[in-house]
Design a protein around this ligand. Structure first.
Ligand code: Z5A
Ligand code: MG
Length: 280
């Protein structure tokens, strides 16, 4: 029996991934194939619940820690995905490792953090200087001045932060973002749904979850472009952009045409149809 194909739909916010995943599975089933959806993050597992809580801003996590949790959430599903593929089921993923890379790599440390660090160092230096002043038994006035400055410096950064700019050089390294997913089942194709910010803004309000801000989405969009380049270099022919600007039916037709070709190629077997490993 030929294995099932692994299909991933990725895309920008509100590009219609979930809508198209459902429609794609309906097409696959209507064509007589077994098909199954994996939505990432899978919020039903215990790791998924930690992710859910983070996305809803009910908990805080270090950027590296949440990145690893998203990857772990995929790894805990990987065995089931492989089992389904081996049994001839086509697996359709709603987001995958590529969202993981783009969303983490898009994170930046604000200048406020740099200011915070600088202020801490300055305040330590001031403490030290103040201590020296005391030990030298300088005047009361001088001691008070140094201590005042030491106490004031930590509160200066938040005051300045409203004018802080974004420092993109401080983000999380792209290669670091890519590494934890290395070895996951390689999608036979990833269709990346693109949408202009103008059209996206007409598709209902967003802002309930973390990352749902225009600023973040703009940076995520840039990182997805780098992910596409990485795929072209490492796994040529497995990443394709599809415009998601038409009607749902129009997008559905484009997605189905592309997926049908890939599914048939995998079903035909032969060279290159065995399941690959991501980034390997
Ligand atoms: N995240 C991460 O950081 N790291 C990771 O490793 C992973 C994810 C896997 C939650 O994801 C967050 O997790 C996400 C990335 C991060 N943060 N953000 N932003 P999610 O998958 O749960 O997010 P979502 O809730 O599914 O949102 P979405 O992606 O923005 O939606 P979508 O699936 O692309 O769109 P949709 O739900 O199918 O459609 C959106 C609306 O547009 C809806 O009202 C549709 O009826 C409408 N729609 C759809 N298609 C059309 C067309 N063609 N025309 C007009 N209207 C349309
Ligand atoms: Mg969705």
């Amino acid at each position: 029996m030929p294995r099932g194909a692994l299909i991933v739909l990725e895309g920008l916010d509100r590009s219609g991934k979930s809508t198209q995943v459902d429609r794609l599975v309906a097409h696959l089933q209507a064509s007589g194939r077994d098909a199954r959806v994996h939505k990432f993050p899978d919020r039903t597992t215990s790791i998924g619940q930690m992710i859910n809580s983070y996305l809803q801003s009910k908990s805080e996590l270090d950027d590296h820690a949440i990145h690893l949790l998203f990857a772990a959430n995929r790894w805990e599903c990987a065995a089931q995905i492989e089992k389904d593929l081996a049994a001839g089921t086509t697996v359709v993923c709603d987001r995958y490792a590529f969202s993981g890379i783009a969303f983490t790599a898009a994170k930046v440390r604000r200048d406020t953090r740099n200011w915070g660090l600088a202020a801490l160092q300055l305040s330590k230096a001031n403490d030290c200087a103040a201590g020296l002043r005391v030990s030298r038994a300088s005047s009361e006035l001088a001691v008070n001045w140094w201590y005042s400055l030491a106490r004031l410096t930590p509160i200066l950064p938040p005051l300045l932060s409203t004018h802080a700019t974004t420092d993109t050089s401080q983000g999380i390294d792209f290669t670091y973002c890519l590494t934890p997913d290395t070895g996951l089942p390689l999608p036979d194709t990833t269709l990346f749904l693109t949408l202009s910010p103008e059209v996206a803004s007409k598709r209902g309000a967003y802002g309930e979850e973390r990352y749902e801000t225009l600023d973040t989405q703009t940076r995520v969009r840039e990182q997805f472009a780098l992910v596409g380049r990485e795929m072209a270099a490492r796994h040529p022919g497995r990443w394709e952009e599809v415009s998601a600007e038409g009607t749902m039916d129009a997008v559905e037709a484009k997605v189905w045409t592309r997926v049908q070709a890939v599914v048939k190629r995998v079903e035909a077997g032969g060279e290159g149809s065995e399941l690959g490993r991501l980034w390997v």
